[in-house]
Design a protein around this ligand. Structure first.
Ligand SMILES: NC(=O)c1ccc[n+]([C@@H]2O[C@H](COP(=O)([O-])OP(=O)(O)OC[C@H]3O[C@@H](n4cnc5c(N)ncnc54)[C@H](OP(=O)(O)O)[C@@H]3O)[C@@H](O)[C@H]2O)c1
Length: 287
């Protein structure tokens, strides 16, 4: 039995869909009853589990051999996932596949990348079997900017910096492969899309697929921070995003493309045009 945490999110949701379609036994962990009901209505086993309520974790993990470990970025992420690793060990889970990040690093100024580094080290030292997946920036992050994109503007602060953007559907496919196959213990995989693209490349591709001009506007870091705050992003998240794009990506510190998605799954990753075309309606119809 596999326990899928983060099951209501982007990657976890896709992992559940793929496992369900393949008829693989698994359990989706959710923190609200209505989320559990929604899974059960689709014929999927679901259980209550909240990383912030350790009392719920033992029951959620009982009888599971493997766990996909995933939670969203938050100042509490390190505590949450370390608590989950310790609970899994106590509950008899023998293997954890963790969604980390390509820029996971103890010394980085990017808060979630530093959180992942602490969690990755804790997992490696746990005595459990582990695999760490380290994806680059998600193509789906572009949906944060779907309103300005629908009006012909892509605001960013990453200058000429490139990222090897990866589609979350490909991250989910790798997670399913690793969760359902042997031979991935003590492995760390850097997951990327097929090419490194800067924001000018992205705006050109969006223009082609949407059939209307999308112009990249490179904002100063402080203006990008202000924009993020204006659209309701928390102070912690806005500061982290500004640092990540203005310092790390603009400073050319992001990883180059790898061939891990195709090597592990046998299918090449989505390229940016495919992503933009699959999500075209969201970019076009945004307010
Ligand atoms: N964005 C990027 O470019 C990027 C790149 C590399 C790595 N990453 C990493 O990828 C992960 C995010 O993946 P994603 O986009 O699939 O996540 P997501 O869509 O934001 O979903 C987060 C999931 O975590 C669950 N969760 C949050 N707090 C929880 C708690 N206290 N207890 C139990 N579950 C909890 C959420 O449940 P609810 O529905 O109840 O909120 C949701 O299912 C993060 O670790 C991030 O650092 C992101």
């Amino acid at each position: 039995m596999i326990l899928v945490t983060g099951a209501t999110g982007d990657i976890g949701g896709e992992v559940c869909r793929l496992l369900h379609d393949a008829g693989t036994p698994f359990r989706a962990m959710c923190r609200k009853q209505e989320q559990i009901n929604a899974f059960r209505e689709k014929g999927i086993d679901a259980v209550l589990g909240d990383f912030d309520r350790p009392d719920t974790l033992t029951g959620a993990m009982e009888g599971c051999e493997s766990m996909l470990l995933l939670s969203g970025p938050s100042p509490d992420q390190t505590d949450r996932e370390i608590r989950a690793i310790d609970a899994a060990k106590a509950a008899g889970v023998s293997r954890i596949v963790k969604i980390s990040a390509s820029d996971s690093n103890l010394r980085t100024p990017v808060p979630w990348a530093q959180a992942h580094a602490h969690i990755d080290h804790h997992l490696r030292a746990s005595g459990l079997r582990w695999t760490i997946l380290r994806p680059t920036a998600y193509m789906q992050n572009l949906l944060w900017f779907k309103d300005p994109i629908s009006k012909g503007v892509l605001p960013q602060t990453s200058g000429k910096g490139c990222a090897s953007w990866v589609d979350t559907r490909d991250v989910a496919r790798v997670a399913v492969t690793v969760l359902t196959e042997g031979g991935h213990d003590k492995a760390t995989y850097f997951l990327t899309g097929p090419e490194a693209l800067d924001m000018r490349d992205i705006s050109r591709r969006l223009s082609d697929v949407l059939g209307r001009k999308v112009r990249f506007v490179n904002l100063p870091k402080s203006a990008f921070w202000g924009l993020m705050r204006a659209v309701g992003t928390s102070q912690w998240m806005a500061k982290g995003l500004a640092v990540q794009f203005a310092d790390v990506v603009a400073g050319h510190h992001a990883v180059d493309p790898t061939s891990e998605v195709e090597r592990l799954t046998g299918v090449p990753p989505h390229d940016f045009e495919q992503f933009a075309s699959d999500y075209r309606a969201q970019f076009v119809k945004a307010a």
